[in-house]
Design a protein around this ligand. Sequence first.
Ligand SMILES: [Zn+2]
Ligand SMILES: [Zn+2]
Length: 330
Amino acid sequence: MMKHWTKRVGSLLTMVALAVAPAMAPVAAAHAGGQQPAALPATGAGFSLTLPATSTAPVAEEDGVQFIGTATVLIRYRGLTILTDPNFLHKGEHVHLGYGLTSKRLTNPAIALEDLPPIDLVVLSHMHEDHFDKRVQEKLDKNIPIVTTPGAAKALKNLGFVRTIGLAHWDRLDVEKGATRVRITSAPGRHGKLGAQALLPSVMGAVYDFGADPAQPDYRMYVTGDTLIHDDLKDIPQRFPGIDLALLHLGGTRILGVFKVTMDAQDGVQLLQIVQPRHAIPIHYNDYDVFKSPLADFAREVKAAGWGDRVTFLAHGERYRFVLRKPLAK
Ligand SMILES: [Zn+2]
Ligand SMILES: [Zn+2]
């Protein structure tokens, strides 16, 4: 399988860093004809990535997400396969979270690393071992493109990964594979409260605009990354209204049993209220012993807040199919 990936992604891949786009251009475009552009931070830089096309025709029925475990998700859209936050340790194995802290895995991934389908691209929210573990560091194809934070991109380079793309908040990457297009924009995430933040890696949320026109996407998805609730999250629905699906990193992770570093049940509902996605799926909720907020709490809070019919709960291995905004041409 590893050889197969290398062949697919390998030397055919080209990555072109484009010049920084004029600040505010996409925002201005989004408000064309409207009254007043909202006071948003300047947009980031634009990059592009061209992946080798494959000869097999995409299967529309496969478009969607498959939850593997922790924050590991397979995203499929029109023949493009993206893997997020690869964590393939097994039950009983430990991750190191820095400063001598370790945590035990309590679940198994739905698919073993060796059994993954061919992957075009990895999107990594941040460099913590429950998101990019030692087995992945050793065994993942070093030629696979990995989109992540600038800091994690540097760390991955040091580990031998040669095609890393570091995005600062609001930077965007336009991915092309044959006729398939997706734009990935880095969205702000904050792993700790101010003060504790300096001790934790920076985090990238991700907005995926699937389709030829990122301003009018066929489907818009947002993945939070490990984050607490913070003010910058309010910019996400302003910039990206009408998110079709949000994947929430929950778990209410507690370091030393005290400091909360990921959203718990109540935070998860607050995030839904801020971002207003049409639909949401919780992930990163029961895989490690530092995850302290059970999914049942989130289910209860969601119901109490009136969001019950907009949240889908996936067990490891289960899929959720995208219903695209406009039917695809044959
Ligand atoms: Zn983390
Ligand atoms: Zn995590």
